[in-house]
Design a binder for this molecule. Sequence first.
Ligand SMILES: [Zn+2]
Length: 365
Amino acid sequence: MANVISSKSSSDEMTPRERFVAAIKREPVDRRPVGNITSSATYEQMRRTGHEWPVAHMDSEEIAGLAELSYTDLGYDTVMPYFGLIHGAAALGAPVEWGEDPFVEQDGKITSGPRMPACKQPPLWSGPDEANIPDDFLDRPEAKSIIDAIRILRKRHPDACVVGKVMGPWTLSYHMFGVQDFLLNIILDPDWVRGCLDVLKDVSVMFANAQFEAGADVLTLADHSTGDLVRADTYRDFLMPVHSEIAPRIDGPVMLHCCGNTLDRMKYIKEAGFDAFHFAYENDPHESKKEVGDFPLVGNVSNIITLMNGDPEAIKEEVKNVYSAGIDVISPECAVPPQVSDASLKMIADTVLEIDAQEKAGIEI
Ligand SMILES: [Zn+2]
């Protein structure tokens, strides 16, 4: 399906879909978009609607029912139906713990519930020689459920920006070969690491293009070569060439997502050929924007400090700071912890509307 959207001048009111895509393509927008391109699913939403994990990781109707709430209830421009990190690995055959924990309530607040799914140990493959990409990858339930959820959301919300998601070959390598071996071999056996990336890069492209075909407008490619684990020159030497190769093979706008400290590698990420970068709270939004110039940035309201533990004033203040830095899409920094309240998430969208109205009225913010 071709996802062609006409661009408009910034004075016309845009649909959320038009607004978000324009921002990523560096075109004029009627206001700054708000979204979350990783996950906005919360325990509150699950309890209120009955679309609960772990079923809402595997059943496309349940996934769509949970994903659409950011658009229908929170005022975001996006819907994002891939809540965790491991659907791609699971469809490759990795054993997964899907998270069956019960919901726990304290003083009327849900304090815990089903955890995000995670890959079980030991990893499925010991090295690239053992890797075997199944021919029916896209038809396996873990991949198909996401693709079908995108199809449902596209049909149900023609004006929403539907965001797809895949893991890049770096994160897939953590899941399929084990984090420790993968990171150690950057030093001990660089060819082994390159072999892992080489065998998994096509999985990212295949899954991404199936999501565009199903109706996604934009796509998050999450690849966690974060400053907490690897150096900037490791990104430059190992992953950047792979990113440069796969970015043009993906059939729509791609936003790279990477958590943690990334300021020292943003110049490489900008060069790698992606359309935008979703960055985390550890990086000052003003310094980040200065580093990358007109390359679109998505972010970076703190999940833990602000959304989970801050009061409404703290959320407003941080949104104003991120906005004033010129960040192109205002968003939580990463998948929100599901304990975050919907009121906190909605505060991001409400604050952006407020700032926008003040700007248009000529009031200094
Ligand atoms: Zn993240």
